[in-house]
Design a protein around this ligand. Sequence first.
Ligand code: ADP
Ligand code: MG
Length: 464
Amino acid sequence: MPSATQVWQTTLGEFEVSISKANFTTWFRNTRIVSVVDGLVTIGVPHTFARDWLQTKYHREIVASLKQFYPDLQRVDYLVVTGAAKPDPPVPATPGSAAAPAAAPFAQAGIPASARSTAPAVQTLNERYTFDTFIVGSANRLAHAASLGVAKKPGIGQYYPLFIHGGVGLGKTHLLHAIGNEIHRQSPKKVIIYAPCERFVTEYVQSIQSRQVDGFKKRYRNADVLLIDDIQFLAGKDGMMEEFFHTFNALHQTNRQIVMTSDKRPRAIAQLEPRLSSRFSWGMVTDMQTPDPETRQAILQHKCEERGFALDQKTLAYVAEHVQSNIRELEGALNAIVTHCELYNVQPSLDLVERVLEQTGLDRRITHVTVENICQTIADYFSLEMDDLLGKRRNKELVYPRQIAMYLIREELEFSFPKIGKALGGKDHTTVMHGVEKITKELGHDDGLQRDVALIKERLYVAG
Ligand code: ADP
Ligand code: MG
């Protein structure tokens, strides 16, 4: 049996070849196995960012890798171990801030030079995502109009800042790039930074590790236009929220444009500091809905033209009707059809399209969150039977998942308490209210609960 150190070296080796060097250094440096007890392996990590990131991004792969050596593995936990590493001096707190970001304790030795320099924010605007290629329908009309407004007059008016929210694959990222591309076309000298929130977080952590926090701050605070995608990733990361708070203020005070996207409206993002959610709502908050079948068909037609691929109206209508969940899946369906036709050198027909959609599982696949898939996901997560989750027995092992179900149905679907009670097999509305309140309160300080909820949500939303 190899030692824990050898096991972890193997796991690290697997990650080293499968993810980028910068990511590997940022998230896996100074990690180790601290204990293996029965079926529980505990991984020591140097800071809370690494803990959160490993949990949400790499947990599955880590478990799979460790299973090779520990076939009886039941659980993998992450523990912040600060003692072993020599801490950095605290991050200089921005004037006026009460505390330094929570990211202070980092080790310094042995950072490869490549990770040390924080690369300048590259212009990563996707040229394909423009207003010209965006099809407008009732579901996205407001978000589109607001984005155009921003692109024409960044930094002034009611769209300052602009916050766009909606489910996956509905065109938020597309609009964000379209704004950037349009401003760049009109004013090429403007400094436009587009960053998925994950990149903002990663760069910040790297800048601390390489002691270039000032460079990081300066770069983001120099932007004329800051476009941050999927801002919900800030939630629960204290040091990051603090940093973004100051970036936001610096830009806002000098009339520079900020646009953010998210999967939820600001106040519905759990564990987002109130001072941030209130700022995000200062300007315009607009949502994007799933487009109606006509818009879906128009988008599909447009995508076909872009690719020089011909589908007749009947077939287009069939695809638009059957792939309902979002535009990304609609594109996925088109891809599958095109690939199939090219591979077998056949012409697209309705019959073929039906078969391809069925085979790829895209047909009628709904990624909307429902009571059923919330409950199913929770039951799977805790390895419970649905009957137990919905039943009346009150053991601790059942009550906890049940209360999470109450909380998530309330959060994600905004059901009333009596309606939640009914959906959960006939529970009293006061029981539901108590459950939701309990989880809401405990989320503030219970790490284990935070992780359970985050992972359940991830499984819920990252469908397929
Ligand atoms: P989100 O960021 O909301 O998850 P994206 O912006 O990544 O979604 O959109 C997913 C795909 O769907 C992209 O390829 C995008 O170009 C396309 N898309 C979404 N909405 C539209 C639209 N209204 N017109 C044309 N393409 C769209
Ligand atoms: Mg997106």
